[in-house]
Design a protein around this ligand. Sequence first.
Ligand code: NAI
Length: 332
Amino acid sequence: MKTAVFDTKPYDRKYLTAAGAAKDVEWQFHEFRLSSETVPAAASASSVCVFVNDRVDDECMEALHELGVGHIALRCAGFNNVSLEAARRRGMVVTRVPAYSPHAVAEHTLALLLTLNRRIHRAYNRVRELNFSLNGLIGFDLFGKTVGIIGTGRIGRITAQIFRGFGCRVLAMDTRPDRAWADEIGVEYVDLETLLPRCDIVSLHVPLFPATLHLLNDRTLALMKRGAYLLNTSRGKLIDTTALIAVLKSGQLGGVALDVYEEEEGIFFEDLSGDVLQDDELSRLLTFPNVLITSHQAFLTHEALTEIARVTAENLVRISAGQPALDGTLVS
Ligand code: NAI
């Protein structure tokens, strides 16, 4: 069974190869992303394996269908880049890996916050230059602060629990609140307009849907407490970047930590260190001393990569044998 893998990085190759060997999956690795232009690379495959920035829209789906590709296997949880409707119309199967390690993402969220708040990134560079001064490195205690968790699914719930461990008060917002869980760990559900002005830290864990696009915009960013920290390890388009830059310039926010960016496609995951960065808004964000950006790496742990490869390979085998997928069927 041949599977064309797009947007392949060395770590994908390593973990997929190990998982596929035992299952008779023949991977065809491509470094470029899947789009309607690159579809011909899947010519001899019966399935494709894609990641967060491959663009599988209606046109791409039609071209895959014409080639005889019947299964799109996402090796990630988010699926906003794949047209499920287009797959459904053509009788194609779409699977994903819904929960490879919510801990990886939740823990990275905290790593970003602690790094930014306690200025670890600045201290690390200073000490290496034998500058042992503490000037400009003042942070704040997390203990006793109020944290807002937007989206209490798998990742949001774990993030909330970690914050509770720090002794934070946690407010949460979700269209489908889990009240039993909230009561058990001491979380209070409120609406967005109540949450934003009350929180010292706001962390985003909702998927990107039309309803969540630019959830944080001019109006909602203005509701945030002055000096608050905003964390986004979910999807870049949850935040209107232009509005974010405006509130950073005005000093309204104390800090912003991003693992995702609105226009990350073609930038994140790539080594552009020898290039001129063409994205003016990302360039501007990188100039703020209180903004910390990582390149969509929250998922990048050994445990998560092992699980992603295991579930992806198993789903490919099962779908090709006409059996239901192990987990994460989006379109069957
Ligand atoms: P999940 O599906 O378990 O939870 C999402 C939660 O959001 C659900 O409780 C749902 O009810 C809630 N929700 C949906 N629409 C909402 C709305 N309009 N308003 C408020 N709440 C709403 O998802 P999970 O596994 O927790 O992942 C969350 C997101 O994290 C993914 O969709 C993905 O975009 C992102 N992610 C990022 C990664 C990274 O490496 N940075 C890795 C994995 C996921």
